[in-house]
Design a protein around this ligand. Structure first.
Ligand SMILES: NC(=O)c1ccc[n+]([C@@H]2O[C@H](COP(=O)([O-])OP(=O)(O)OC[C@H]3O[C@@H](n4cnc5c(N)ncnc54)[C@H](OP(=O)(O)O)[C@@H]3O)[C@@H](O)[C@H]2O)c1
Length: 259
C-alpha cells in the first residue's frame, strides 16, 4: 500500500460562509493554500473584498467574494450561482456563519431572537446544502462541513438557545450524511473557545485565562486550529469518514472536572 498525503484540493471549488473574518477567513486561507478556488461570503461586501485581497496575496490562491446574508434565500441563490459562474463548480460547502443574538435562560427567550438563532445556525446550513446539492453536488459529488460548537454537548446558563441550534446542526449533519452518500460526505467540526470577535466577551482582557488553564492543552484556540480540521474533512485523507464531528477544543471535553 502506498502512503502519501492527500491533503490537497487542486481543481476543487469551495464556498465558505462567514469567510470575511475569524474562523471562516482562516478556513478560506487554508483551503486556498491547499489549491482550491475559494468563494467567500458574508453580509458586508467591503469586509469580503478586504479578506479576498489579503488572502490572495498571502496564499497566491484564487479567491472571490459575493456578499449576502446566509439567512436570506434570495442571497443564498445569488451566492451559489455566482460561485458556479465564477469558478465553474461548487465542490465544497463550509457552513460557518452563525449568530448568537440572545444571552440568557431559554425559558425567557423571546420568539424573534430564538427564531433568528435557528434560522441562521440550523435552517441556513440545510438550505445552502440543498442549493449546492441541486446546482452541482447531486450530479458531481461534493463535500460539506458544518461548523458546530462544543456547546452542542452541554447545558448553559446564557448560551442555551445557541447551543440547542448547534446540537441540532450535528444531527442535521448525520441525517444529511446518510441521505447524500455515497457522492457527498457531510461532517462537522466542534470548536472550543477560539479567539475571534464572536467570542470576544469570553476571552478578552484575560477573561479566557481560566478557560485556557482548564484545557489540557493549556491554550485557547486560534482560527487556524479549526481550519486544519476542516481541511482534513474536505480532502481525500478523510474519504471514509461521513456523518461525524471532530472536536477541536484543546482537550476541553476530556479535561478533569474543576472540583
Ligand atoms: N469563536 C468561538 O469561540 C467559537 C466556538 C465554537 C463555535 N464557533 C462557531 O464558529 C463559526 C465562526 O465563528 P467566528 O468566531 O469565526 O465568528 P466571527 O469572527 O464573528 O465571524 C463571523 C463571520 O460570519 C459572518 N456572518 C455573521 N452573520 C452572518 C449572516 N447572517 N450572514 C452571512 N454572514 C454572516 C461575519 O461577517 P459579516 O459581519 O460581514 O456578515 C463573519 O465573516 C460560527 O459558526 C460559530 O458559531 C465559534
Amino acid at each position: 500500500m502506498e502512503h502519501t498525503t492527500q491533503n490537497r484540493l487542486d481543481g476543487k471549488v469551495a464556498l465558505v460562509t462567514g469567510g470575511s473574518r475569524g474562523i471562516g477567513k482562516a478556513i478560506a486561507a487554508c483551503l486556498a493554500a491547499a489549491g482550491a478556488k475559494v468563494m467567500i461570503t458574508s453580509r458586508k461586501a467591503d469586509s469580503c473584498e478586504a479578506a479576498v485581497a489579503e488572502l490572495s496575496a498571502e496564499t497566491g490562491g484564487d479567491l472571490a467574494y459575493e456578499a449576502g446574508n446566509v439567512g436570506r434565500v434570495e442571497d443564498m441563490e445569488r451566492v451559489v450561482a455566482a460561485t458556479i459562474d465564477t469558478f465553474g463548480a461548487v465542490d465544497i460547502l463550509v457552513n460557518n456563519a452563525a449568530t448568537n443574538p440572545y444571552a440568557g435562560p431559554v425559558i425567557d427567550a423571546d420568539l424573534p431572537r430564538w427564531q433568528k438563532t435557528l434560522d441562521v445556525n440550523l435552517t441556513a446550513p440545510l438550505v445552502w446544502t440543498q442549493a449546492c446539492w441541486n446546482a452541482w453536488m447531486r450530479e458531481n459529488g461534493g463535500n460539506i462541513v458544518n461548523i458546530s460548537s462544543v456547546g452542542a454537548f452541554h447545558t448553559s446558563q446564557i448560551l442555551g438557545s445557541y447551543d440547542i441550534s448547534k446540537s441540532a446542526l450535528l444531527h442535521l449533519t448525520r441525517q444529511l450524511a446518510a441521505e447524500l452518500a455515497p457522492g457527498v460526505r457531510v461532517n462537522a467540526v466542534c470548536p472550543g473557545l477560539i479567539k475571534t470577535d464572536f467570542a470576544r466577551a469570553l476571552w478578552d482582557g484575560g477573561r479566557g485565562d481560566d478557560v485556557a488553564q482548564g484545557y489540557p492543552l493549556k491554550r485557547l484556540g486560534e482560527p487556524e486550529d479549526i481550519a486544519q480540521a476542516v481541511l482534513f474533512l474536505t480532502t481525500d485523507s478523510s474519504s471514509w469518514i461521513t456523518g461525524q464531528e471532530i472536536v477541536a477544543d484543546g482537550g476541553g471535553e476530556v479535561g478533569f472536572p474543576r472540583v
